[in-house]
Design a protein around this ligand. Structure first.
Ligand code: CDP
Length: 223
């Protein structure tokens, strides 16, 4: 087998299942661009709220999003969405965004507008000299990169996930978001066939990372 020159790692899972923290470690270990697609949905949600566009009007949302000038800024190993040259700040973690993001993310026109942008992160990663990318979200292994080299699906007991969010100092409606994310028609949150499912309830971050890193390291070391 030849050593792949560019690898794609997909991580999906519900809120607070451990996607971001594990993706962060993998990005360091294997020189991968870290792409948190939840931050993209959050940035678009903040923009729509700022413009007064309601998720109850999917046509207006689709039109408004399709007209945006989207770019990517690479900060350290992370990809950040630029809208008209501006990166959204802490507002993407605000209560208003937490409360609305799943409603906007359920709109097919918004998801469609993000599809090419998300796939285009491979170009960004190559341009910045990364070995590949690790992309996390809800539909990465199912819709965005169904042919990814590695696909993981993280899950954890709901009470444990709620505890983690509180420990991060965040007030979040994770159960409500999970309910909307799992039941929507457009790209629902689900473990895609063939992905490696990992229950992180009783595992530390490093134990989860170890399970993900082992097959990646083996592939990269293969002659
Ligand atoms: O950090 P956490 O897992 O709580 O959420 P997030 O990754 O920041 O994602 C926020 C919301 O964006 C999710 O609840 C989904 O509604 C939406 N999302 C999505 O629909 N598809 C993705 N690939 C990523 C996020």
């Amino acid at each position: 087998m030849t050593t792949p020159d560019f690898i794609i790692v997909a991580i999906d899972g519900g809120a607070a299942s451990g996607k971001s923290s594990t993706a962060g470690v993998l990005s360091e270990r294997f020189n991968l661009l870290h792409v948190d697609t939840g931050s993209f949905y959050r940035a678009l949600t903040a923009e729509m709220l700022r413009r007064g566009v309601s998720p109850a009007d999917p046509t207006a949302v689709g039109t408004a999003v399709a007209a945006l000038q989207l770019g990517t800024r690479v900060t350290g190993r992370r990809a950040e969405m630029e809208i008209a040259g501006r990166v959204a700040g802490d507002e993407i973690r605000s209560k208003a965004v937490n409360d609305h993001v799943s409603l906007f993310a359920a709109i097919p026109g918004l998801r469609q507008a993000l599809l090419a942008y998300q796939r285009g992160q491979t170009v960004v990663a190559r341009r910045h000299g990364f070995r590949g990318l690790v992309m996390e979200g809800r539909d990465i292994g199912s819709v965005i990169f169904p042919d990814a080299d590695f696909r993981f699906f993280l899950y954890a007991d709901p009470a444990e996930r709620a505890r983690r969010r509180v420990a991060q100092g965040q007030l979040d409606t994770i159960h409500e978001r999970d309910r909307i994310d799992s039941s929507r028609k457009a790209s629902p949150l689900t473990c895609p066939p063939g992905a490696t499912a990992i229950d992180s309830t009783h595992l530390t971050r490093d134990e989860v990372v170890a399970r993900m890193a082992a097959p990646i390291a083996a592939r990269l070391a293969a002659p």
